[in-house]
Design a protein around this ligand. Structure first.
Ligand code: FAD
Length: 445
């Protein structure tokens, strides 16, 4: 860990900042190119259609950016984290929705003015033109996806249903791509414009296919993961140990998570994210799961020797982001899993662990955590109690009382969403610099 910190300090740019700059540079460079192409060749048949074209081009760039955000490229994922990338994906998605709708309305309005016809008549006339119809279908799919992604609707849907609907986005992208090829004059206005546009789409699709299909399939073929042991930790918590070939070559770090499938045991479409609950040692990976729904509850019945399909490792909840010698690790309930793994990487004795549990007996992996903290000469506070009982354990005063030098430490937080939010609010009140705060939320969507 000390070596990690000095490496991080030597490179003056923190990894997360480097990744943000890379993403912003990508966006700005491409927006500038698109603006230039628009100014040189973007004029439509009237003013309204010119503005419509402007929005259409930007919708296309947003779509490409969306692909990059969900491509699960390891370089970005380790620096920014899948949870944060998913939040950006959500915001870009809603921006895309409004940009597309503005484009569509302006196209109908522009042609209605051109033909001196009503908007309804123009809409149906455009629907009869194959290129426009493809664009309309793509926009309709984006509207459906945005509707099911609204928080109120999303909460009511099963994760798998929502995810399956979300996959329609790829259909929308395909339709939008063909629509652009057939409709737009901007990207066929010069040899440069055509080559640029094709290269951008190939890059974005290439990144997606590599990150989402090629890498996982290749890794599973290479490592051939299989279940080595299933160890009940309590009535509701189980650990699954997974082995495979050449696991020393798997670039996994303590604090990361994988998306796990157990195809012979569960339906193939059931894939669940679980953190590594022990630091990868080159021979096995371990997950520890609390029974929440059918997939997590069923893990204790996964047969030893069965194949596992593992996507990842993913996540930025790692020592790559360490900035200080001292660490404060805060976990709630089963959120202890990545914290337990991180403890194995700690070398300094300056570690404090705050572990919120309902009761001491409920502490998942409690003995392991006690031993690891003891070996490090660190401090462990088991904060037993239920939400609403007694003083909130993570309010600023309590945190400062438990860890007076909290602002001098890197703080890693993983727990239920409400607890994580409470801790992050207190850390802000205690003026802990944001770059020292690292959180993993057990929810991606
Ligand atoms: C990064 C990350 C790390 C996690 N690590 C752990 C861990 O170490 N130990 C642990 O016990 N739990 C962990 N979880 C939570 C765990 O993934 C869910 O509890 C589990 O997937 C529930 O699945 P289920 O089918 O049993 O329950 P369900 O009742 O079917 O699902 C409950 C909820 O879990 C979430 N969920 C289900 N599948 C997925 C998915 N593929 N992707 C994102 N969310 C999903 C959804 O919000 C869903 O509504 C982690 C979650 C994330 C996002």
């Amino acid at each position: 860990m000390e070596a990690t910190i000095s490496r991080v300090r030597q490179s003056t740019i923190p990894p997360v900042i480097a990744a943000r700059w890379a993403l912003w540079t990508f966006v700005i460079v491409n927006v500038v190119i698109v603006e230039i192409l628009f100014l040189t060749a973007g004029t439509g048949k009237n003013g309204t259609l010119t503005v419509a074209k402007f929005f259409g081009l930007h919708a296309a760039v947003l779509m490409l950016f969306q692909l990059l955000l969900v491509a699960r490229l390891p370089w970005l994922d380790r620096r920014i984290g899948m949870d944060r990338l998913t939040v950006w994906h959500r915001w870009v998605g809603f921006t895309l929705l409004w940009t597309l709708l503005t484009h569509a309305v302006l196209v109908v309005l522009g042609y209605a003015r051109l033909d001196d016809a009503s908007m309804t008549k123009t809409f149906f006339a455009l629907a009869g033109v194959p290129a426009s119809l493809l664009g309309m279908l793509a926009a309709a799919i984006v509207v459906v996806i945005a509707a099911v992604s609204a928080r109120q609707v999303r909460r009511r849907l099963r994760y798998e249903t929502w995810h399956a609907l979300h996959l329609l986005l790829y259909v929308a992208l395909g339709l939008a791509f063909v629509h652009q090829l057939q409709e737009t004059t901007t990207f066929s206005s010069s040899a440069f414009a055509t080559v640029y546009w094709w290269a951008l789409w190939l890059f974005a699709f290439g990144a997606l296919v590599t990150g989402r299909i090629v890498m996982p399939v290749w890794r599973n073929a290479y490592h051939r993961f299989e279940v080595a042991a299933v160890v009940p930790e309590s009535d509701s918590v189980v650990s699954v140990h997974v082995t495979g070939r050449h696991l020393d070559k798997l670039p996994a770090r303590a604090g990361q998570f994988c998306i796990w499938r157990f195809p012979g045991h569960n339906h193939w479409w059931l894939a669940n994210p679980f953190s590594l609950s022990a630091a990868p040692d080159g021979r096995t990976l371990r997950l520890t799961a609390k029974a929440v729904g059918s997939a997590s509850a069923g893990l204790r019945h996964v047969p030893v020797g069965s194949r596992a399909f593992v996507e990842g490792p993913y996540g930025a909840f790692t020592s790559l982001h360490r900035t200080r010698p001292g660490a404060l690790l805060i976990a709630g309930g089963v959120g202890i899993t990545p914290v337990r793994a991180l403890l194995e990487e700690e070398a300094a004795d300056d570690v404090v662990v705050l572990y919120r549990v309902r009761s001491e007996e409920d502490a998942v992996l409690g003995d392991e955590v006690r031993t690891l903290v003891g070996d490090l000469g660190g401090r462990l506070h088991l904060l037993a109690g239920r939400t609403g009982e007694g003083a909130p354990p993570f309010d600023p005063e309590n945190l400062r009382a438990l860890v007076p030098d909290v602002a001098e430490r890197d703080v890693y937080v993983c727990g239920p969403p409400a607890m994580t939010t409470a801790v992050l609010t207190s850390l802000r009140a205690l003026k802990v610099p944001p770059r020292q705060v690292h959180a993993e939320r057990f929810g991606l969507a």
